[in-house]
Design a protein around this ligand. Structure first.
Ligand code: M6R
Length: 365
């Protein structure tokens, strides 16, 4: 089953052009510049009444939800909140009948997430689930939802499920946006960008030898910082989680500008920073933050837009991703970070598909 791949994690990273295609399949409504879902079980009228969206999830699925919050805000102009499923359940968080409540789970069996879903149901609110595993407990208990169609994910570190979650969340936000103020042209631009993703991911996968080189720069470190702004902040968190999980190298994700409020104290020649810094809003400020790290002799890696020579000159190594729509760029930016974690772990001789202390689905609270 592994074919030419040594580990499921690497195989699943390389499946992403196809899994992203599968997440999009049958869900685009070109004539209306919108999206459609078979299992949401909500009419356009019901969706127009929504005033707020709440997501509950854990781990990588929680990171996907953080991007979902951006997508919902930017495309549908609705307030969105992201809760740790384990916290939501015990917090008496307010829900009302104009709130759309989603849980996200790759496995559909995570106890904390299932607990959040059951709590919302107990309080009488309809629940929706974005799930990969067909027929899983969460998929069965939710009132409606969307499947990722990413196929079985075996590696304990979630990779392809994450990018599929992002695609589904972008489609949901597009759908909600088009029922409100999002213009036809903006909708079409996003659809075109989503359709480009499989080929663009293919191009990112082709830089794997460069990522391996970057992994050699990280492998001696005991701690690393991952920094990103706006939509790239959740990508920084996810990059750090991947590294922690499978290489046991300590890593923290922060919003780039937050660095100077504390984490900058950690910077020294042995502590690499990984900036998620594709071109776009606030890029000049990010370059300034990189200079602050350089001034303290911190090694710097960056995920940047292909052809961004200014960034490339400033850092020890830049991992290039193709220029893309601002909302799909983070989906591309996470791929080199998945590969980076993989190659650091491989260089350290770690058991990549079965990292210590972790299980594929966490079925205890
Ligand atoms: O199956 P789920 O998406 O509900 O799992 C949630 C987390 O346990 C999971 O994402 C975990 O953080 C992964 N090991 C991340 O790689």
């Amino acid at each position: 089953e592994l074919g030419r791949f040594e580990h499921y994690m690497r195989k699943e990273i390389h499946e992403q052009p196809n899994t992203v295609r599968d997440a999009l399949r049958g869900r685009l409504r070109l004539a209306e510049a919108s999206a459609q879902f078979g299992g949401l079980n909500l009419t356009a009228r019901q969706l127009r009444r929504v005033r707020r969206v709440v997501f509950a999830a854990c781990g990588t699925s929680w990171h996907a939800a953080l991007l979902g919050e951006h997508y919902i805000e930017k495309l549908a102009h609705l307030p969105a909140e992201v809760e740790y499923a384990s916290e939501f359940r015990y917090r008496n968080a307010p829900l009302d009948d104009q709130t759309l409540f989603f849980v996200l789970s790759q496995s559909g069996e995570t106890a904390d997430t299932l607990g959040a879903l059951r709590e919302a149901r107990r309080r009488g609110f309809p629940t929706l689930a974005i799930v990969n595993t067909v027929g899983s407990t969460i998929a069965r208990e939710a009132d409606g939802g969307v499947y990722l169609h990413a196929g079985p994910e075996i590696g304990v570190a979630s990779t392809k499920a994450f990018t599929s979650q992002l695609v589904v969340l972008a489609l949901l936000a597009l759908h909600l946006g088009r029922l409100r103020h999002l213009s036809y042209d903006e909708g079409r631009r996003l659809i075109a960008a989503l359709e480009e993703l499989p080929d663009q991911i293919e191009r990112v996968l082709a830089i794997e030898p460069q990522v391996e080189e970057a992994a050699h720069r990280m492998v001696q470190a005991t701690s690393a910082l991952y920094l990103g702004r706006d939509l790239n902040f959740p990508i920084a968190l996810e990059g750090a989680l991947k590294l922690k999980e499978i290489s046991y190298l300590h890593a923290e994700g922060y919003p780039t500008a937050e660095m100077k409020h504390g984490p900058i104290a950690l910077i020294d020649p042995a502590t690499p920073s990984v900036f998620v810094a594709p071109r776009g809003g606030l890029h000049a400020k990010t370059l300034g933050n990189i200079e602050e790290v350089r001034a303290r002799k911190g090694p710097v890696l960056a995920v940047g837009t292909q052809g961004d020579d200014q960034l490339a000159r400033l850092v020890d190594q830049m991992l290039p991703i193709p220029e893309a729509h601002p909302l799909t760029q983070p989906i591309l930016a996470c791929v080199p970070l998945q590969l980076l974690a993989y190659h650091v772990a491989r260089l350290k001789g770690c058991d990549i598909d079965k990292p210590r202390n972790l299980a594929k689905s966490v079925t205890v609270e």
